[in-house]
Design a protein around this ligand. Structure first.
Ligand SMILES: *Cc1c(COP(=O)(O)O)cnc(C)c1O
Length: 406
């Protein structure tokens, strides 16, 4: 398989960099994007060729990825399923399709596997020896897993209130794991400050060029699953925004390849009321977002007070004629409960936020009643604290079985 990468490019200034060198942010301090020779890909590969590809997970799109085959680090990436929420919509004033893309089936049970699989594979390709990451949980676990597999050292900094299960998972998967009395951006600052002396490579969201290429595969996979006719609206729980930016990059590349037509989905950036820097900037018509003070939400994955890719998220939302919206923690918990009880899918809180946002949007008339809508569930619901069970049976007492009758 040929490698079609031509160069890397600063997403703000267009500055060009050598694809064979190690890169963090551009000289302007903004994300670097990978560019491909799309004309050459168009000549070499067709949709028909892709149909014959037997690989099920995202490595089937390797022509649009920067990794040479020998450097692929794999833990069994699968194509994630699309699941209809038909029981939920029965009770709503909605005649379209509501579909969850369930990313919880990927290695380490979250979609962070897509990005970190790519970042670690590229670290192997570029011969990096030590990777460091700030995380609210899932990114750290995915880095730890892929780095261990690739025999690369990983160091992980988590806010000390990260869900317990995530922290233990990260350590179990072999990362040198630390709790920090601060938020994810403050964990990120430790990595930046320690760069010279610790000599680690910073794999923070969008501060290296390859996690976004991994997240881009959500867009490629979705397009293929929809037989190259994309849904009308995509709701994405937005923290650092890599997934939203990545999907938008995927659609742009597919357009240039001529594999999809000009009708692209509206991209909806869903944030939590307690941490909504992107929503605020978008609403005020700004290009960049300000640091959100006192960030607080139980949806840890979207508790990101400042994002280096802010302008790319806002740009994608606007170009797609989408919007941003916030939901409260209470709406998140209610949504998680109703989707799991009605349709049998245990969403993660961030995934539940997209359902809550969908319902709000429907009431506000921001989407059409017959739209095809995709919600992203980014992690297995099992990675999060769940409501406790308090009903108890004493096996020695007399049990009234009539109480169980329907
Ligand atoms: C990281 C994460 C998000 C946010 O993803 P971004 O692409 O960084 O915006 C949402 N949900 C979960 C479960 C996550 O782990």
């Amino acid at each position: 398989m040929k490698n079609y990468v031509t160069h890397l490019e600063c997403a703000l200034t267009g500055e060009i960099k050598d694809k064979n060198k190690v890169h963090g942010l551009s000289s302007a301090g903004k994300p670097m994007l990978v560019r491909y020779d799309l004309e050459e890909i168009k000549k070499d590969i067709s949709k028909e060729d892709l149909k014959k590809n037997v690989i099920n997970g995202f490595w089937r799109y390797s022509f649009l990825l920067p990794v040479d085959k020998k450097n692929r680090v794999s833990l069994g990436e699968v194509k994630t399923p699309l699941i209809n929420l038909d029981n939920c919509i029965n009770e709503l004033d909605f005649k379209g399709k509501l579909i969850v893309k369930d990313e919880g089936l990927l290695p380490t049970a979250s979609f962070k596997a897509r990005g970190l699989c790519l970042a670690v594979s590229m670290a192997k390709q570029l011969n990096l020896k030590h990777l460091a990451i700030p995380t609210n949980g899932n990114a750290g676990a995915a880095l730890a897993a892929y780095a261990s597999k690739a025999k690369i050292k990983s160091t992980v900094f988590c806010p000390d209130d990260t869900p317990e299960i995530n922290i233990r998972e990260i350590k179990s998967l072999g990362a040198d794991t630390y709790l920090v009395n601060g938020l994810i951006n403050e964990c990120g600052k430790l990595i930046l400050d320690g760069k010279e002396e610790a000599n680690w490579f910073d794999v923070s969201t969008l501060k290296e060029p390859y996690r976004i290429e991994g997240k881009k595969t959500m867009g490629l996979e979705l397009a293929e699953q929809f037989n190259w006719e994309l849904p009308d609206v995509i709701f994405y729980p937005t923290g650092g925004g890599t997934g939203l930016i990545g999907m938008w990059k995927a659609f742009t590349e597919l357009l240039k390849l001529g594999w999809i037509q000009n009708k692209l989905p509206k991209m909806v950036a869903v944030q939590a009321e307690g941490c909504a820097p992107i929503y605020k900037a978008w609403k005020e018509g700004k290009e960049f977002a300000k640091l959100w003070e006192g960030a607080k939400t139980l949806a840890a994955g979207i508790r990101v007070p400042i994002a280096v890719g802010d302008f790319l998220i806002i740009r994608a939302v606007n170009e797609s004629k989408g919007f941003s919206i916030t939901v409260s923690d209470e709406e998140i918990l209610n949504s998680r409960e109703s989707v799991s009880k009605k349709d049998g899918i245990l969403l993660c809180p961030e995934g539940a936020a997209t359902f809550a946002a969908f319902k709000k949007t429907l009431n506000q008339g921001l989407i059409k009643k017959n739209d095809t809508v995709v919600l992203f569930n980014c992690a297995s619901g099992l990675k999060y604290p769940l409501p406790e069970v308090s009903k108890f049976i004493d096996k020695n007492s007399k049990i009234n079985y009539l109480d169980f009758k329907l």
